[in-house]
Design a protein around this ligand. Structure first.
Ligand code: NAD
Length: 283
């Protein structure tokens, strides 16, 4: 292996320690940072994600309030609940676990969250703030990726970053964050022609597609930084990313593992956004 590993677990541990210290400071002022987590229905993956979010919050001293509702919940009832949480000054962050049941319009539901409590950073106000370079909550996954690049002191200015995947929660905000750091960004997606020709020129590659072995060694320039956002299962049923880790690690300069890379950083950045929402409300 020539690539150095960017250890998401270790970095997330440092970030959680910082959140814990900030939580302690707020509590000393009588403020209890509180995150409301709403889970509608019983999607198995969502239940696991929500459990992690509750545990991560408790572990850093944040108060997580989990609200569970049946899959048949009416959209209006959920909207009413969000409005009540928006008005509740004891709640600093609101997270609605996606996906929602089919009778609900996720866009409408997310837009109902007060932007100042939108710790997932999915509200159009927060997406717009990122776009125009104003302060706002950044989505946790790309923000975690940026922190990983920062952790190795990687100078993004003038570098060519290729982001693969253009979803609203990962690829697009990632591209914006890299642009804000003066990287030259190529945003690729399923209609991109000759992906390999583009990635082969990249100094930084962020793969966020959800396809195993999407990025192989021949597609990577020697020394490039490779950030693997993908979450897939291999033939043995084990978690793996979009990157052929075994091949790419011999070419890249830096690489993130799966598991133990972007996943723990995504979880840590939710805590950061929640503590920032609390600090902003306490100002
Ligand atoms: P998505 O399905 O919304 O978007 C996938 C994107 O990949 C689309 O823009 C599509 O155009 C593009 N794409 C599909 N096939 C392609 C191809 N052959 N070449 C180039 N682009 C292609 O997915 P998402 O929600 O952005 O998630 C992407 C992956 O990241 C998934 O595996 C997801 O599980 C994972 N993810 C991980 C974390 C984490 O914390 N580690 C967080 C969010 C998402």
């Amino acid at each position: 292996m020539t690539a150095q590993l960017i250890d998401g677990n270790a970095l997330a541990r440092q970030i959680r320690a910082d959140v814990r210290a900030r939580t302690t400071a707020l509590k000393a002022r009588g403020i209890e940072p509180t995150l409301a987590i709403i889970l509608v229905g019983d999607d198995p993956a969502s239940q696991i994600y929500v459990k992690h979010k509750v545990n991560d919050s408790s572990e850093t001293g944040l108060n997580a309030r989990l609200e569970r509702y049946p899959a048949a919940m009416a959209e209006n009832d959920l909207l009413a609940r969000i409005h009540a949480l928006n008005a509740d000054t004891a709640v600093h962050g609101i997270l609605v676990q996606l996906p929602l049941p089919p009778q609900m319009d996720s866009h409408k539901v997310i837009e109902a969250i007060a932007p100042a409590k939108d710790v997932d950073g999915f509200h159009v106000s927060n997406a717009g703030a990122l776009m125009v370079g104003q302060r706002g909550f950044w989505p946790c996954t790309p923000h975690g990726c940026l922190k990983m690049l920062d952790s190795i002191g990687y100078p993004l200015r003038g570098k060519h970053a290729v982001v693969i995947g253009r979803s609203n929660i990962v690829g697009k905000p990632m591209a914006m964050m890299l642009l804000a750091r003066s990287a030259t960004v190529t945003l690729c997606h399923s209609a991109t022609r000759d992906l390999a020709a583009l990635t082969a020129q990249a100094d930084v590659i962020v793969a966020a597609v959800g396809k195993r072995n999407l990025l192989t060694a021949e597609m990577v320039k020697p020394g490039a930084v490779v950030i693997d956002v993908g979450m897939n299962r291999n033939d043995a049923g084990k978690l793996c990313g979009d990157v052929d880790f075994e091949g790419v690690k011999n070419v890249a300069g830096w690489i993130t593992p799966v598991p133990g890379g972007v996943g723990p950083m995504t979880r840590a950045m939710l805590l950061v956004n929640t503590i920032e929402a609390t600090e902003a409300a306490a100002r």
